[in-house]
Design a protein around this ligand. Structure first.
Ligand code: ADP
Ligand code: MG
Length: 232
């Protein structure tokens, strides 16, 4: 792991106002995330886990404080710059896969590349490589409904890595899977972390899933608690 953090969050706060009421999700949150880390985040429903991923991925703006990713103030990027930054820096993985039902696995994986300058031939190569890495290349022509949950999540992971981002933001990636499929997905994430040095931030409700991470955090009442010492 490099010494310079990938992410630095400084005095990060997020509030929502509803009428006269202000709800504070977190306040003065400070943390660094090292390049190559694999972090799991657990915590009660509504504690702000998804909100935090959205702030890291530039999908949402904080109410205060800074999100720095390798010197880029993600919280200050304009909408246009954000889309570009996001496309090259982060991959998102969701609980319900969010695949396009009418597209094949390969077409789903190709989607993020349509925003790039890559030629059709280069795109096809990248799609094939991503599908192979997650072990689903043999289903490249299948549509989502022809695939199991675990297979759909593999396609979603291929889509998340196809543009070769450094960071994967995973929001309960195994929340809809049986134990065996969940473990396979978690092993795939671990492989991406160890072999391809992807930095992974994974929200989960499942303590067994959290065990796959090198660093386990709990978000509760706007504070982070390191729930276990960092493992090798
Ligand atoms: P978690 O993912 O930990 O379950 P979320 O990040 O989704 O929690 O939500 C944290 C809190 O913020 C919840 O109380 C939720 O109701 C609130 N919240 C999220 N988005 C909005 C919004 N757009 N407007 C108002 N409140 C919101
Ligand atoms: Mg959530």
């Amino acid at each position: 792991m490099s010494e310079t953090p990938l992410y630095t969050l400084t005095d990060l706060s997020k509030r929502y106002t509803r009428g006269k009421e202000t709800i504070t999700i977190f306040e003065e949150l400070n943390m660094t995330i090292a390049q190559g880390d694999f972090i799991s985040i657990m915590g009660p429903s509504g504690s702000g886990k998804t909100t935090l991923l959205n702030l890291l991925g530039g999908i949402d703006k904080p109410s205060g404080g800074a999100v720095d990713c390798e010197g880029v103030r993600v919280d200050q990027l304009s909408q246009g710059k954000l889309a570009q930054w996001r496309a090259s820096h982060v991959g998102f993985i969701f609980q319900f896969y969010n695949l396009m039902p009418t597209l094949t696995a390969a077409q789903n994986v190709e989607l993020p590349l349509l925003l790039t300058k890559l030629s059709g031939r280069e795109r096809k190569q990248r799609v094939q490589t991503a599908l192979e890495i997650v072990g689903i290349a043999d289903r490249r022509g299948h549509r989502p409904r022809q695939l199991s949950g675990g297979q759909q999540q593999r396609v979603a992971i291929a889509r998340a890595i196809v543009a070769d981002p450094k960071v994967l933001l995973c929001d309960e990636p195994t929340g809809d899977l049986d134990r065996t499929s969940a473990d396979e997905i978690l092993e795939t994430l671990q492989l991406l972390n160890r072999e391809l040095n992807k930095t992974i931030i994974m929200v989960t409700h499942d303590p067994a899933a959290a065990e796959y991470a090198a660093r386990q955090l709990r978000l509760d009442k706007g504070r982070f608690v390191e729930s276990q010492a960092e493992m090798a």
